[in-house]
Design a protein around this ligand. Structure first.
Ligand SMILES: Nc1ncnc2c1ncn2[C@@H]1O[C@H](COP(=O)(O)OP(=O)(O)OP(=O)(O)O)[C@@H](O)[C@H]1O
Length: 590
């Protein structure tokens, strides 16, 4: 990552999200900021004239003039401070609005289809997407908003003071100041280059460090059983050391930039005298008296200093700009990857969103076949290790399938292919029904719970109760919780709709989690249920009971499991033997 054309392209792409249309809210806010800063400049100019007017009224002992001038000064100061506060306020509003737009844009791409899964589980080229969306976007917007009011006003102040400078020093002043600025910009650009790449590296390590803490937070209990505090302490400290080392390197690189900026600032302050010295020593003002010459010097110095300070303000933004450039690269990289993935149908078929539409009359398009596999071969991602070779299979209504096999033979991988999370190496996989209550529902190996009430856990991933039937729905939920053996949970949560501030993973036992997943399954009653070791934490009796209820509710099951007792709930068994081999046999009727 550098400060080059690639940066510019990424920056402009982000700008098109922040300023989508001329009539957008952000553009209007930006224009308001422009008006406020322009007014501020006018008032600052007037305030700047007041000291010289005081010399006049005090010198003439003019009491009335003094009173009027003091009143004017007070009014101007109040107006100035109000405008300055508004300037900051609008910058803050812009920051919030930009953050909202940019984060929502990234969310739209991230949550489209299964992109979040592929990005986090399968691809490893984009580090810490969560941190890029949360922290990098936040810092980008904050830094950019602090630059905004200085950037927006500089074309106006530079144009105005260039004109003034040209009037008093002719072409020599503006040309030498512009030349000086160009030189300063080139030097600063060279100094900023290494900072941008270091900042990108630092943000990656920042994400890794935070992730380590999240990991421990999520797995605090297993870690405590292992008494792993000291190991985790050492490992977390190691990540911290790596981060701090990079931060120090970043700071030493920034030191050179600070030296550059400060040198430029202070050299600028004597540049105005150099500008006026050249004609003096070359004899242009040879006929002026010393008094006339000092008046000329003071007048020229005033406008030159103003022009130079306008440029210096821009140069002072170098550190902010290098930060913005680093964040631009990280956000831009994520955005490009997300856009690229959203064009790939396997990561982003728009269908699965609609398939969750509970009102869809999917009965009309429903067939009696859920999955049709034709000579499908599956292997581990980014490896040649075959898991399944040439599997042809049809999963029909009423024909439940049990998948068994040793650890790591690819049982879950087959379900991943059925769910469309992974691609098969060869052959075709067709899902002839939809996801959701009218079609297929997957119960993953690790139960998933969202934040929210007990009702929201049961109806998940539906957002609204289904069907929208008020209290009748409460009865259904309670009945299914009872069938899943979780009536006591309602009392613990204090009702279906009581907001609980606990982490479901911490308070429920693995068995309770699996029971709650079954309550969810009973509630949604899909035609086909794919269960990946969904009863591994439960006893055989409970397992049989839950499977029996599934059958009574008319579900066709595709289960992964190890227990022999499961066979009686299925019509055939697919045994994965490892190395790509498999056997498909019908189960014996009892
Ligand atoms: N995201 C991944 N990247 C690389 N390899 C993976 C990934 N997910 C799984 N694997 C590998 O693929 C192989 C099959 O995994 P899978 O989860 O299908 O096993 P399984 O048969 O379901 O095992 P278990 O009975 O333990 O659940 C394993 O060797 C596993 O390490």
């Amino acid at each position: 990552p550098r400060l080059d054309l690639h940066f510019l392209r990424r920056f402009l792409k982000i700008q098109s999200i922040l300023f989508p249309r001329f009539s957008s809210q952000n553009v209007l806010m930006f224009l308001t900021l422009l008006c406020v800063t322009l007014l501020e400049q006018l008032v600052i100019y007037q305030v700047g004239l007041i000291p010289s007017q005081y010399y006049g009224v005090l010198g003439n002992k003019d009491l009335d003039g003094f009173k009027t001038l003091t009143c004017l000064a007070l009014v101007l100061i109040v107006v100035n401070s109000t405008l300055k506060s508004f300037d900051q306020f609008i910058c803050n509003l812009l920051y919030v609005s930009w953050r909202k737009d940019l984060t929502e844009h990234l969310h739209c791409l991230y949550f489209r289809g299964r992109i979040y899964y592929t990005l986090n589980v399968i691809r490893d080229d984009i580090d810490n997407p969560d941190q890029r969306i949360s922290q990098d976007v936040e810092r980008f917007c904050r830094q950019f908003s602090t630059m905004a009011s200085k950037l927006i006003i500089s074309p106006f102040t530079i144009t105005y003071y260039t004109y003034q400078c040209f009037r008093s020093t002719s072409w020599l002043g503006p040309v030498s100041i512009f030349g000086y600025f160009v030189l300063g910009t080139i030097v600063n650009k060279v100094l900023m280059g290494p900072i941008v790449s270091k900042l990108v590296q630092q943000e990656k390590l920042e994400g890794d460090f935070r992730f380590k803490h999240v990991q421990l937070r999520v797995n605090a209990e297993p870690a405590a059983f292992y008494r792993a505090g000291h190991v985790e302490h050492a490992r977390t400290n190691y990540r911290l050391q790596k981060l701090l080392k990079t931060q120090k390197e970043l700071m030493s690189k920034e030191l050179w930039l600070y030296i550059g900026i400060n040198t430029f600032d202070y050299l600028g302050s004597i540049l105005s005298y150099v500008v006026i010295a050249i004609p003096i020593f070359s004899g242009v003002y040879g006929d002026l008296t010393p008094a006339e010459l000092s008046a000329l010097v003071s007048k020229n110095a005033f406008v030159s200093i103003y022009l130079i300070s306008s440029f210096s303000q821009l140069i002072d933004l170098s550190t902010t700009l290098s930060d913005v450039a680093g964040y631009t690269h990280r956000i831009g990289e994520l955005q490009e990857t997300l856009l690229d993935m959203s064009l790939r149908p396997q990561d982003c078929d728009s269908e699965d969103l609609d398939d969750w539409d509970v009102n869809e009359a999917s009965g009309s398009k429903a067939t009696d076949t859920a999955f049709l596999l034709d000579r499908v071969s599956i292997s581990v991602p980014f490896s040649d290790k075959p898991l399944i070779k040439d599997l042809s299979l049809r999963v029909c209504e009423g024909q439940s399938l049990l998948i068994t096999g040793n650890t790591g033979t690819g049982k879950t991988s087959l379900l991943r292919v059925l769910a469309g999370l992974w691609e098969s190496m060869r052959g075709t996989v067709q899902m002839l029904t939809c996801f959701g209550p009218h079609g297929v529902l997957f119960l993953p190996q690790r139960p998933f719970f969202t934040d929210g009430t007990l009702r929201e856990q049961v109806i998940y991933p539906l957002k609204e109760v289904y069907p929208v039937s008020g209290s009748a729905d409460d009865e259904r939920i309670m009945r299914f919780l009872e069938l899943a053996g979780l009536s006591s949970l309602v009392a613990r949560t204090g009702g279906l709709d009581q907001q609980v501030d606990w982490n479901w993973y911490d308070v429920l036992s693995p068995g309770e989690m699996q029971r709650l997943s079954f309550a969810r399954l009973f509630y949604l009653q899909p035609k086909y249920a794919v269960l990946d070791e969904a009863t591994s934490a439960l006893t055989e009796e409970v397992e049989s009971e839950l499977y029996r209820i599934c059958q009574q509710l008319g579900m066709t099951l595709i289960s992964v499991g190890h227990r022999q007792s499961l066979a009686k709930f299925h019509s055939s068994v697919l045994k994965l033997c490892g190395g790509g081999k498999w056997e498909l046999t019908p189960t014996k009727e009892e």
